[in-house]
Design a binder for this molecule. Structure first.
Ligand code: APR
Length: 236
């Protein structure tokens, strides 16, 4: 029975809450040119377009509800005797709204705003616009607090610290296409940590995992969590 579990999640965790993914057939990157809405260059070229893209995602997120997989992970994290570190590439707050705590958002959060001028962060309003003044420095340099392509993901030290203390690494609902998140499974393997992939279908990194279950997250994640609970109660 693992006692220190690091769980990386991606868009597949929130797909059944209606929040779309990026690289599936109808994914966001089939509808938008990511270079225009998810890069610093795109923001510099047309900040109103980028704010419009994230305002729409923020509205979708506010309308969405956590699904059974979010709730299962929050319940797992609440289990006594377990240290569960939830690392997510997702920028939604569905894990928090399911009751999870200390979620590590390595790609930022839709619910937060950032001043590109002074670095101040604050809770994002429902809609943002380029002319919004920063509450701290009053400059109109506000942006979504999202990590764009070409930028450094957040909290990598905390993620690595948790990973190297872990006795199980689990990846849920991610294609394994974007680094450094996609490299965590290899780091776990090199450290001799068992790895488990829970995904709709094998990801790009599926061969790197020592175990895997495939299916919709709302099926396989609660089933896996229940199995862990059973293992916990099984006679030792
Ligand atoms: N249940 C489980 N997995 C699912 C489900 C589901 N219902 N639906 C889709 N998936 C899986 C897909 O099979 C795919 O492997 O989720 C994964 C989604 O992959 P992507 O769309 O690439 O999303 P993600 O891996 O989170 O992308 C990583 O890329 O664009 C950047 O910053 C963005 O954080 C994002 C990063």
């Amino acid at each position: 029975m693992p006692k220190r579990i690091v769980i990386l999640s991606g868009a597949g965790l929130s797909a059944e809450s209606g929040l779309g993914t990026f690289r599936d057939t109808d994914g966001l990157w089939t509808q938008y040119d990511l270079s225009e809405v998810a890069t610093p260059e795109g923001f510099a070229a047309d900040p109103a377009k980028v704010h419009g893209f994230y305002n729409a995602r923020r509205a979708n997120c506010l309308e969405a509800l956590p699904n059974a997989a979010h709730h299962a992970l929050a319940a797992l994290q609440a289990r006594a005797g377990l240290e569960v570190t939830l690392v997510t590439q997702n920028v939604d707050d569905l894990l928090e709204r399911a009751g999870a705590h200390d979620v590590i958002h390595m790609h930022g959060q839709l619910t937060r705003a950032l001043c590109a001028g002074c670095g101040h962060r604050w809770d994002a309003p429902r809609t943002m616009a380029p002319e919004d003044p920063c509450p701290a420095c009053n400059r109109s340099a506000t942006r979504p607090d999202i990590v764009w392509f070409g930028e450094i993901p957040y909290h990598m030290d905390a993620i690595e610290d948790a990973l190297f203390r872990a006795d199980l690494f689990v990846s849920i609902g991610t294609s394994g296409e974007v680094y450094p998140a996609a490299g965590l499974v290899q780091e776990a393997r090199v450290a001799g940590i068992p790895t488990l992939e829970l995904n709709l279908e094998p990801s790009s990194g599926s061969a790197l995992f020592s175990d895997a279950r495939y299916g919709p997250a709302t099926d396989i994640v609660p089933a896996w969590v229940a199995e862990l609970s059973g293992a916990d109660r099984a006679p030792s």
